[in-house]
Structure formats: structure tokens, C-alpha cells
Write a protein that binds this ligand. Sequence first.
Ligand SMILES: Cc1ncc(COP(=O)(O)O)c(C=O)c1O
Length: 394
Amino acid sequence: MDIFDKCFSFKQQVETVKREGKYFYFRKISSAQGPEVILNGHRMIMLGSNNYLGLTEDARVKEAAIAAIKKYGTGCAGSRLLNGTVDIHEALEAQIASFFGKEAAVVFSTGMQANLGCIQALVTQDSIAILDKFDHASIIDGCRLAYGDFKRYPHNDMKSLERILKCHPERGKLILVDGIFSMEGDLANLPEIVSLARKYGARVMVDDAHGIGVMGENGKGTAEHFHLEKEVDIIMGTFSKSLATIGGFIAARKDVVEYVKHVGRALLFSASLAPPLVAAASTAFKIIEAEPERREQLWRNAHFWLNGLKSLGFDTGYSTTPIVPVIIGEADKTFEMCYYLEEYGVFVSPVVPPAVPPGRALLRTSVMATHTQEQLERALDAFAQAGRKAGIIS
Ligand SMILES: Cc1ncc(COP(=O)(O)O)c(C=O)c1O
């Protein structure tokens, strides 16, 4: 057997799907990631981006990145541990720690690496990680890298979480949960999770990739939304959504951060975050603090969008956030919807099994603060037409 055999058969499968017009991945955008983008020469309304606050196009964020390139160059050519730490890494870490009210923070090169490094470092042989079934893939991969065990409970099922916690009185336990679940836009039941963690001596880590800049009175995320910033032991985040660039971090107690910095392989054995990205993230944090009106506009757009889809008759699940799933059910119908929406000038992403459970294929939509009412109305018209054509709404 040739190890490449699977690649050939996979290629054939992809080609069949492409011929049937059901392939909506790796689409080539030739513009910035704004409320509208250019796809194959056509202007489309972008409803599939995580640029919640619209900061990827902000002049101050771009200027900060350019200034950092001028001073530090385009990269650090090494790991944080050795030659790759520059002064702005540490300044950003202090800024993040203070933003979240934690003792310390450490910055990784992506959010995925933050999860891999932190989980692998903490979940040692004598420990167990406990996950929601809808947690992000990077959490699962972190658990696979770790020497400790991991157990998953059905989505937001607190009884099952308690059953698992009860079974492991002697082990160190880390409950890992998304603040906002990335596909369906619903929230973790943090109050209950924190209370169970207290009862059974577990620690709580919240992956707030989608919550930062979005949730809470000051945009500090899902923990702030529930007034549980102190009770959540580790806040993990990424710069690839509201923070307008790439990169990731954890914020926690100082000894925990120091330990992860010295044991997390995704930090130790990978080059540090490039200076322009450090500067972009730092500026985006400052804007989040200084301009709450962006978040307020995001929420006005989110409510308008969610209510609009509901009143057309679409199933939007349990979303209460700027991520709104349009649950279609069957994968083929989901691709059909995507096809019509592209024709009508709307970019959305199809999410089909195994990324979601069988029978729960969906279109993942998400709004930005920078969408105008007119753009959202036009997108609703497109959804109405596409939904009727595909026989999903009447
Ligand atoms: C919930 C969640 N965690 C982690 C990540 C990984 O972040 P990054 O894109 O910075 O690697 C993502 C992004 O896809 C995410 O949605």
C-alpha cells in the first residue's frame, strides 16, 4: 500500500463534490475582510467572518502594525524561550492581564497554540480534562497531546458534567469550555460550571475566542457577562476574531502562567508572534476599551439579524449572540442554500458533519459592528429568496 493512496481517492471525492456545485471551501477573496468582500470579481455581503468589531480595517490598527514592522522587522526568528521575546510581547501580556483582572498572561502565536500549549502543560498523567461535546477542535487536540485523560459531556448538560466530576475525587480536574460556542452561538452555562467546579475541587478554563470584545459590559468576555471573572481560573483567547489579527493567549494566576510558559510545547517549540501582530492586537485591545459604541452597534446588528431570520421562519437554534446558525438539517440542502446565497451576493459558511452532529447541518452566519442596516436588509432578502427556492421556508 502506498501512503499516498488516500490522497488520490480523496481528490476524486472532492472533484465529484465540486462538479455537483457543493464545494464552498477555500473560496478566494480578493479584498479586505470587511462587511462586503470581493469574491470572483463580485461584491458580496460577508456574513461568515469573525471580524466582529470590524477592526481589521481600522486605520489605527494598521498604522500600529506598520510602525512595529519599521522598528522590529517582520518577525523574531525564534521561540519566546530563546531569542524571540521582544519588549512589546511583555507589554502586551501586562496589558492583557490587566484587561482581564488576572495576575499574568502569556501570548502564543495562534489561539490554537494557546489551547495546545496550556492543556498539554496542565493535564498531566494524574489529571483529567473535562470537555463540552461542542468545544472547539483545538481544545480536543490539546487533550490528545496531553498525558492525562479527557472525558466529554453532552453539550451544556450539567448533570453529566457533575457525574464525571464525582467519579474522579482524587485527580486534578480542569473543566474546559467555550464561552460562546463557535458554530451555534449559544453560551456556556458558566454559573453552573463554576459552582460545580467549586463543589468538586476542579479548575475552570474558558476559551473565549468569540466572547472577547463582544460579551460583558466592557467587552471582557463571557466571564464578565456572568460576573465571574474571578471565579474563572484561566481565560483563553485569540486575536483572530474581534482583535483583528492572529495570535492567542491565556490569562491566569502568575504561577500557572509561568509554568505554562516553561512547559507548554506549542510555545517553546514554535517561533514567537511577529511584532506587527503584537502591535495590532495591543491597539485593538485599547480600542475595545475606549469605544464601547462599537460593541453596542454589534449587538444592535446581532438582534436585527437574529430577529430577521426568525421572522422569515428559519431555525436559529439557541443563539443569543452575533453568531447565528441557520439550521438546515441535511448537508445537501445546506449546500443548495449556500449556492443560491452566493448567487444572490451573500457569503456564508456551510457547516456539515462531522463538524456538527448528523442531521444538524447549518449555515454559520455572523454579523459585524460595521454592517449597515441596508446590507443586513439586503442579506435578509437573499435569505428569503434562497430559503423559498430550496424549500426550507414557505
Ligand atoms: C472557540 C475557538 N477556540 C480557538 C480557536 C483557534 O484560534 P486561532 O484561529 O487563533 O488559532 C478558534 C478559532 O477558530 C475558536 O473558534
